[in-house]
Write a protein that binds this ligand. Structure first.
Ligand code: DGL
Length: 273
């Protein structure tokens, strides 16, 4: 029994798709969230940069009392998770391996599509992880650099977003995939459009679900689960808290009442909304 929060972080609003899953599957758990909106998108950052960002954010989340950390960002999970894990006493998990496992359970034909940021695709991490579970599987990848900036703007239903989705998904459909992994935590904001474009024969995998299943098992094993609700989720960002909250509420509704700006270099709190 442990009422300390779960720390969750991402470059922006994407990791809220994991928070939503925590609220639904682990309602007694409290989250402290950090969105690095001053430095979004992470998709084009180097591994060295991502490592530095993760270190700063995890230190902040541990200062806030986190008992367990979820790097709710595939780009980070694909490139620096193993290094980061070794540096902290608090357990840190990513979203990529749970996503690969979920895809391996969902596929019937072994033909799996992955949409992700350029950095995640370039790392080859999804392909490697999926092939550990489905050795003779085939992975078809699409780097989708336009999507994160559009989602951060709250541009969920615009023509530009839908056109970009068609362009990214069409080559994957041409490979006759039966599973499509949303390999960036931002993409579930677009799931209705993605479902429509991919059609009924393609199963969409959102790694958030399996990530929270793994988290639940780990908390239990470590004796870290909370037994009662002791407060609300808290949200911090490095950029504009008003914009973050406006977009985040589209997903979390009243679970996201306010966000505050935090300067990680000084670790001081600033404005809130
Ligand atoms: N949402 C993150 C991911 O899962 C980061 C996206 C970005 O900032 O480019 O990859």
């Amino acid at each position: 029994m442990n009422s300390r929060p779960i720390g969750v972080y991402d470059s922006g609003v994407g990791g809220l798709t994991v928070v939503r899953e925590i609220s639904s599957k682990l309602p007694w758990e409290r989250v402290v969230y950090f969105g690095d909106t001053a430095r979004v998108p992470y998709g084009e950052k180097t591994a060295q940069e991502l490592l530095g960002f993760s270190r700063e954010i995890i230190e902040f989340l541990i200062d806030q009392g986190s008992k367990y950390i979820i790097a709710a960002c595939n780009t980070t999970s694909s490139q620096v998770l193993e290094d980061v894990k070794k540096e902290f006493d608090v357990p840190v998990i990513g979203v990529l391996r749970p996503g690969a496992y979920a895809a391996s359970r969902a596929t019937r034909t072994g033909r799996i599509g992955v949409m992700a940021t350029a950095g995640t695709i370039r790392s080859g991490a999804y392909e490697k992880a999926i092939k550990e579970y489905v050795p003779d599987g085939q992975v078809f990848s699409a780097a989708c650099p336009q999507l994160v900036p559009l989602i951060e703007k709250g541009d969920i239903n615009s023509e530009e977003t839908i056109r970009a989705l068609h362009n990214y998904i069409a080559p994957l459909l041409a490979e006759d995939i039966d599973v499509l992994v949303l390999g960036c935590t931002h993409y579930p904001y677009l799931i209705e459009h993605i479902r429509r474009i991919a059609g009924p024969r393609v199963e969409i995998v959102d790694p958030a679900s399996e990530t929270v299943t793994v988290t639940a098992a780990a908390l239990q094993e470590l004796g870290l689960q909370s037994q009662e609700k002791t407060g609300w989720h808290e949200f911090a960002v490095s950029g504009d808290p008003v914009r973050f909250a406006a977009v985040g509420r589209k997903l979390l509704g009243d679970d996201l009442t306010e966000a505050r700006r935090v300067d990680l270099s000084g670790k001081g709190a600033g404005t809130s909304c």
